[in-house]
Write a new protein. Structure first.
Length: 462
């Protein structure tokens, strides 16, 4: 008995006014569709996830990869039609199917699990997830009979003025027996104002067949909010941020002005971490215990070690080991790996490079495509010159190397252990172990130059 989850993600989302398909639009730097797929996987209730794609489907496919099965809806002919195109992928009709819209990133695994439990406990043939909202415009209304049971679902544009005052709405989430679902879909038509095949029409069909139809009422209505425009996206993001920050603080993470702090859903932060205002941590980042992050810092897909201090800085796809200081105004990117007890100071950029213990670049340096040993000092203005306009080259620096101010290391180059590079040098040859390297032009002082120049100019004028 196979259990399916179908996610409807074929729409254009014209109200988003974006080139992206609506379900691919990022929420806290993560596509909306990824939230739903992850929550379905976390619920551990399903054997297969089928995502219905259409408009710019390659973008959705790039996001989800081989985690799901894809059904293609070439023409957007309504929600019923979107589910119909999944039928070729259904190999077992004996289980149940859950249907979810792809633009509901706040539907978490608890909602999924509770809806399925309600469906099983009540032995429903069809369970519809409903909720109540203050502004139900655009949503299908739940029409109940005198006994309080579901009578029908009326789409907003086909509802009477009286029906439009109803606040209970259809969320678009269903749990239904798979065999019954596809047999009912074959009986719906598009004889309506939009000439579309409505998934909600299966309610009337099942009622005529005397099937058991129930509802699961979702108290936390915000979890079922659909994101149809950028304003709704901002509301969803605020709800998600609040929930994540609350859980982080309950788990021992200190946040200063938490309303200014954004933490992504997949971020892991250990206890005794302090997050300062205006900090943004997203992706699969990990912040280890005792770290102090921010203010005004952005970290994405990075690992920050114990007792690291990182402030006023950007850290992307990088690793910082324990007891290192980053910033202010540092930039780590593209696989930078900073060793323990380092200092990466103000206006220092490290790209695709590694450093070992006790290395320092205190200010105004660029370290790119480099392998750096321990106890290395980069003076102010030091640069690894890694790019010749066409190719990138490696710089290798050994242990206990002192690099003076305004030094250019033109890669490929190797600086061996215990070396000293004089300030102002531009090197394009390897430096042997224990050497002093000096590469700068001789200084020439022309005495009385300004006086002589001025007198010559005056004579020319006369």
């Amino acid at each position: 008995m196979r259990k399916y989850a179908i996610i409807l993600a074929a729409g254009k989302g014209t109200r988003m006014k974006t080139e992206l398909p609506k379900c691919a639009y990022p929420l806290l730097k993560k596509p909306m569709i990824a939230y739903i797929v992850e929550n379905i996987q976390n619920s551990e209730q399903f054997d297969e996830i089928i995502v219905v794609v259409g408009h710019k489907r390659e973008i959705i496919q790039d996001i989800l990869g081989d985690k799901v099965t894809y059904a293609v809806q070439e023409e957007q002919l309504g929600t019923g039609h979107a589910v119909m195109v999944c039928e070729p992928h259904i190999t077992d009709l004996e289980g149940f199917t859950m249907i979810l819209p792809g633009d509901m990133p706040l539907v978490d695994n608890s909602v999924i699990e509770k809806a399925i439990l309600e469906h099983k406990d009540r032995r429903d043939d069809l369970t519809i997830v409903t909720t109540k909202i203050e502004e139900p415009e655009g949503y299908g209304r739940i029409i109940r009979n005198e006994s309080g049971y579901l009578d029908s679902i009326i789409e907003h544009h086909e509802a009477t003025m009286s029906q439009r005052t109803i606040s209970e709405i259809n969320t678009g989430i269903y749990v239904v027996g798979t065999k019954l679902l596809f047999s009912s879909l074959k009986k719906i038509d598009n004889h309506n104002m939009k000439n579309e095949y409505y998934l909600t029409d299966i309610v009337g069909i099942m009622q005529q067949q005397k099937e058991v139809i129930g509802t699961y009422y979702l108290k936390e209505s915000y979890k079922s909010m659909g994101v149809n425009d950028l304003y709704a996206l901002s509301i969803a993001e605020a709800k998600l941020r609040l929930n994540i920050n609350k859980q982080m603080m309950l788990n021992g993470v200190a946040m200063i002005n938490p309303e200014t702090i954004t933490i992504g859903q997949n971020v892991v932060i250990e206890e005794n971490v302090i997050i300062h205002p205006n900090t943004y941590i997203t992706g699969n980042s990990v912040i280890k215990k005792g770290a102090s992050i921010g203010p005004n810092t952005e970290i994405h897909d990075s690992v920050i070690g114990e007792k690291v201090v990182c402030k006023h800085s950007l850290v992307y796809n990088s690793t910082v080991d324990e007891s290192t200081t980053v910033g202010p105004f540092a930039h780590l990117r593209d696989g930078a790996h900073i060793g323990a007890h380092n200092r990466i100071g103000n206006f220092v950029e490290v790209k695709k490079s590694t450093t070992q213990e006790n290395t320092k670049a205190s200010h105004l340096a660029y370290i790119g495509d480099a392998t750096v040993g321990k106890n290395v000092n980069f003076g102010c203005g030091s640069i690894t010159v890694n790019y010749d306009g066409k190719n990138k080259y490696q710089t290798t620096i050994g242990d206990d190397v002192f690099i003076g101010c305004n030094v250019n290391l033109i890669a490929p180059i190797h600086v061996d252990d215990n070396s000293l590079i004089a300030a102002g040098s531009t090197l394009n040859k390897n430096v042997p172990k224990g050497s002093l390297a000096i590469a700068r032009a001789y200084q020439v002082n022309k005495e009385n130059y300004i006086k002589d120049k001025k007198e010559a100019e005056e004579n020319n004028e006369n």
